[in-house]
Design a protein. Structure first.
Lengths: 288, 114
């Protein structure tokens, strides 16, 4: 059997060489077509897949090329698989074989936990500039001075910023899904105001967190609490008598000993905890 | 935002909710456009805390296209289902922030009704 295969490979290679030489001597549609035809029947899958990728743009009936490429996507050889998938994605991006390939890869991912961090804005702040990468002042400060791995791609997380339990529940579910999709379990969170509540909702829904850094987060205990078994550290940073928290009706500080509480020597202003000047002046970075 | 602005906003809320003074409520809506993040946030919170009483103010603000992303979310937070047609219409607004807020508002309303 093995000998038979070798003979067939030898014959196919000889035929291919002859056809290629004919094409080289006389470059025409006929010799080019003959070369592709021979390559499409070659015993080596990589040759067939490469031929199918070239055949498609000139073929009257593309089904043959598609069938070869679809089979190639399931090949054991990584190079063949990659060539087939790339060509198929260009020709028919919605092919079912490609969809299956993507699903399988997502489930099997074994990447280690990321140390990436993320900013989570608070109530009404979805369109605010300070947290938006790459130009928001607080985003720039954290990225430059605190954590160079701060997430800054265009698909950064945001939530509605609505001021209701329902809005925060939806935000928490969205955050958990976002982290799962980006494979970032264990990431650090810098969460301002009710962004902290959203983070805690996601944390309770099973999202693993490294450090949860709560900036001026209103305390609504026990409605919003960290899931202490799924978070490494919880650090709360705030000012004295935060007026926004007063209007919100939340508590001004956490009393659970598992939460490290830091009160800045500043008063009233809810926004100071995400102000780079505050972080620099009081060396807030050292508390993390 | 300092304590003086905070007290002013609270007085406006008291006037609006206790006496039904519409112009006081309108002042709160106007404060949603403040450049001070704290003032904006407190004004929005006070309107939401006014509940259904805020609905005519919010409907009026939507008609005038005042501070739309925030006003749409306030409408959802107070459960103003009568404003759903406006939210649906604004889902295709040319301003992407407005369109996104309208979409989020509908989602919040639906979650509240579940």
């Amino acid at each position: 059997m093995e000998r038979g295969n070798s003979v067939s490979k030898f014959t196919a290679t000889a035929v291919l060489r002859r056809t290629a030489s004919a094409f080289y001597r006389d470059t025409s549609h006929e010799t080019a077509g003959a070369l592709v035809e021979v390559a499409l029947r070659h015993p080596q899958e990589l040759v067939r897949v490469a031929a199918a990728a070239s055949y498609f743009p000139v073929a009257a009936d593309p089904s043959r090329a598609l069938a070869i490429l679809a089979r190639g996507v399931g090949s054991r050889d990584p190079l063949t698989r990659e060539v087939a998938a790339t060509a198929l994605a260009r020709i028919e991006p919605r092919h079912s074989v490609l969809a299956r390939l993507l699903e399988r890869r997502r489930r099997r991912s074994t990447r280690p936990r990321s140390r990436t961090s993320l900013l989570v804005h608070g109530t009404w702040a979805r369109t605010a500039a300070w947290w938006q990468p790459p130009n928001g002042d607080f985003w720039q400060y954290v990225h430059t001075d605190v954590d160079p791995d701060l997430y800054g791609a265009q698909d950064r997380f945001d939530w509605s910023g609505g001021y209701s339990v329902a809005a925060r529940a939806l935000g928490g579910a969205r955050l958990r899904t976002w982290v799962q999709q980006h494979n970032l379990a264990g990431l650090d969170l810098f969460a301002h105001s009710h962004g902290g509540s959203v983070s805690m909702v996601a944390n309770h829904a099973g999202m693993q967190v490294g450090r949860m850094i709560l900036l001026s987060c209103p305390v609504h205990w026990p409605q919003y609490t960290p899931a202490f078994n799924l978070v490494n550290r919880v650090i709360s940073i705030r000012v004295h008598l935060d007026l926004v928290i007063l209007a919100d009706g939340g508590g001004q500080r956490f009393y659970d000993p598992r939460i490290e509480e830091h009160v800045l020597p500043l008063w009233f202003d809810h926004s100071l905890s995400h102000d780079p000047a505050t972080w620099r002046q009081y060396n807030v970075r050292a508390w993390l | 935002m300092g304590p003086v602005t905070f007290v002013q906003l609270y007085v406006l809320k008291l006037l609006w909710t206790a006496t039904g003074c519409r112009s006081a409520g309108r002042r709160l809506v106007k404060a949603l456009g403040s450049t001070d993040e704290g003032e904006r946030t407190v004004a929005g919170m006070l309107l939401v805390q006014g509940g259904k009483r805020a609905e005519p103010l919010v409907a009026d603000a939507i008609r005038r296209r005042e501070h739309l992303p925030m006003v749409l979310l306030i409408a959802a937070d107070i459960g103003a289902s009568s404003l759903q047609p406006d939210m649906r219409r604004l889902r295709t607004d040319s301003d992407p922030d407005v369109a996104r807020a309208a979409h989020d508002a509908l989602e919040i309303l639906a979650a509240q009704q579940r």
